[in-house]
Structures are given as structure tokens and as C-alpha cells.
Design a protein around this ligand. Sequence first.
Ligand code: MG
Length: 155
Amino acid sequence: MRIGHGYDAHRLLEGRKLILGGVEIPFEKGLLGHSDADVLLHALADAILGAAALGDIGHMFPDNDPDTEGIDSRVILGAAVRAVREAGFDLENCDVTVIAQRPKLAPYIEKMRENIASDLGVDVSAVSVKATTEEHMGFTGSGEGISAHAVALLS
Ligand code: MG
């Protein structure tokens, strides 16, 4: 068994779409980034790569590459899981926590799990997505940004 951890944070700005776990969520702001800035999928992809000691998504998809500007982060997640499978690993399960003061994410969690399970080629029971606030503390609490932590277990 091999465990990996991933962390990511992006800034919330007006004029951007909010995409988390591959779901477009109606909100007055969205996350800024070179890609679609899906902070949840970035943390998860880094956890998967980290478990296999295969680096991180910044290495696979540099944020100064004009060819990947606006890239769907589900493509990034798919590339990460492909890389670990090519290295001989299977994904057992993963668990992600998104930290956002607003909007409420509960209505979108099941769709996120389905998207992730589909991209990873695993049953939805192997994919956990949770959301929390930080009680108005810090940059997530003030609404300046959204962050995510993820762990993944490979065998
Ligand atoms: Mg990121």
C-alpha cells in the first residue's frame, strides 16, 4: 500500500466560472488559474501522483504552457491516474476535503463523486468528497479563496 497527500488553493475572483469536482456551480465568483482552476481535482491529482512518488501536476502540466490554458482539470486527473497505473499501481480509494465558506456545496457532492469515479475508473464507493468551512477564519473564511486537501491510497 502507498499513501499520498495533495493540497491546493486558488483565489476567488469575479468573472470566472466556479468549477469543483468537474461540476460547474452557480456562484458570483470563480477560481483563478491557468486551467479551469478546479482546486478539488488538483489536490486529488497531486495525492494520486504523490502516492507513487511521481511528482506533481505542476510538473506534468506547467502553468506557463499556452497549449493547456483553460484546460479541463478532469483531463489532468485522468493523466495522473494513467501515470500511476503505467507505473504498476491500482487506486484503492481517495478522500477529498474542500474548504470553502460559500457557496454551500452539499447539493453538488454526489455529482462530483460520480465525475471523479468515472475519471479514475473506480466505483463511486471508492471516492469520498467532503466540504467544510473554516468558520470565517483565514483566506477561505473571508471568501478570498478556496482550498482542498486530498489523500489517495494505491496498491
Ligand atoms: Mg491548482
